[in-house]
Design a binder for this molecule. Structure first.
Ligand code: ACM
Length: 389
């Protein structure tokens, strides 16, 4: 089958990450890492002697724009492989377009699970690779009375539903579930702070995303709450959101993710150094960036094996893909198109730096539908016997 480059010199791929809008900071880290990986591959001679050429648009954190730009990439630019999306609302806007054109979307972001598309490769964490572990850690270390605070869109609603199941299994209680606008301003957190003050839970689980995150942590800090006794825990507060807040407001709060910038293995240091050399020493490196980085390498490997960017061939070639990612060796599960990942939990210190407090006990098979919805066994078919720190 002919490839979309029509015999030209390049492999063209579509890239959709927001450089503006509410989630620009985290998505910029994903865009940066995508371009870093493409550059590495091109400097090493490209794929089968041909460079990868990214066709990049800025969908501005707007699902409608994501959809129309995906259409433009597939219909007019005639790319067949897409790299992109952070918010689940944007993935849900893009996927029907990708499916209609029989393209393939590589999605490098943690999400709420309960989805499968043969036109999507999910390289971020499913709930059994972050929520289960975080719930266990919080229940063991802080207590079982939770307040949930999230942005008003699909990921927070669904992630809170999964978290509520785990809390209930531990005979814990969700005292309240509060939603703020996606582009929340400081005043939008006033009501949440009053409720937290009244309820005094053991933990706040935050599914707030993007630039509002800093406003929430700062409001909590100004209220004088003690993060050692009542921390905020999250899956979406990464190095990018922390960089936008006062470091004092970050101290003591926790995040679960497969990768943190502080990870010290040679593969992680090499990725972080290359990223900082290219984008500046202050540029935050996030789990979303790491997934964006390794998925390009995995896609390029599949491209090299099939010699075409036909998505069906790429999908078949991905079955064999194993890549030594900065988080540890990863591979795609051909039964569900999600990725085997290494869950970790880190706590923020007073300088706004994550310290890993719960290292990966092993690589976890993705179970996007939580078929094993048991807080004691989050590993679907048991953990793989692969160990790392
Ligand atoms: C998300 O919306 N998947 C963070």
């Amino acid at each position: 089958m002919a490839d979309s480059t029509g015999g030209s010199e390049c492999w063209r791929v579509g890239v959709l990450f927001s450089e503006t809008g509410v989630t620009a900071a985290i998505e910029r880290s994903q865009l940066n890492a995508t371009l870093l990986a493409i550059d590495e591959i091109n400097k090493a001679g490209g794929v089968l002697g041909r460079p990868i050429e990214p066709v990049i648009y800025d969908p501005a954190s707007n699902p409608k724009l994501f959809k129309s730009l995906a259409d433009r990439l597939l219909a007019q630019d005639r790319v067949r492989l897409l790299l992109g999306c952070y918010m689940s609302s944007t993935r849900k806007a893009v996927l029907p377009v990708v499916e209609a054109y029989r393209g393939l979307l590589f999605y490098p972001t943690l999400y709420e699970g309960f989805e499968y598309s043969p036109y999507c490769i999910y390289t971020g964490a499913a709930p059994n690779q972050n929520s289960f572990q975080l719930a266990n850690f919080l229940l063991q270390n802080y207590g079982n009375r939770f307040v949930l605070v999230g942005s008003n869109y699909i990921y927070p609603y669904e992630s809170n539903r999964v978290m509520t199941d785990f809390i209930a299994q531990a005979k814990g209680k969700v005292l309240d579930e509060i939603y703020v606008p996606l582009e929340a301003q400081a005043k939008d957190f006033d009501k949440a702070i009053v409720k937290i003050n009244r309820l005094r839970p053991d933990v706040i689980f935050s599914t707030v995303v993007g630039s509002s995150t800093a406003l929430f942590y700062e409001a909590y800090w100004r209220a004088g709450f003690d993060s050692a006794k009542m921390p905020i825990a999250s899956l979406t507060t990464s190095e990018a959101e922390v960089a936008e807040m006062n470091p004092a407001a970050a101290a003591g709060h926790s995040t679960a993710a497969p990768f943190f910038e502080v990870r010290a293995t040679p593969a992680a240091r090499s990725f972080v150094s290359a990223y900082k050399l290219r984008y500046g020493s202050d540029a935050p490196v996030t789990a979303g960036a790491e997934a964006a980085y390794f998925q390009v390498h995995i896609a390029a490997g599949a491209l090299a094996r099939t010699g075409s960017d036909d998505p069906r061939g790429i999908l078949a070639a991905l079955k064999e893909a194993e890549f030594d990612a900065p988080q540890g060796p990863v591979r795609i599960d051909p039964t569900n198109n999600h990725t085997y990942l290494w869950p970790r939990i880190a706590r923020l210190d007073g300088r706004g730096t994550f310290e890993i407090v719960w290292p990966a006990g092993g690589r976890v098979k993705p179970d996007p539908y939580c078929i094993v919805p048991n807080i004691e066994d989050w590993s679907a078919n048991g953990r793989q016997q692969m160990r790392a720190g």
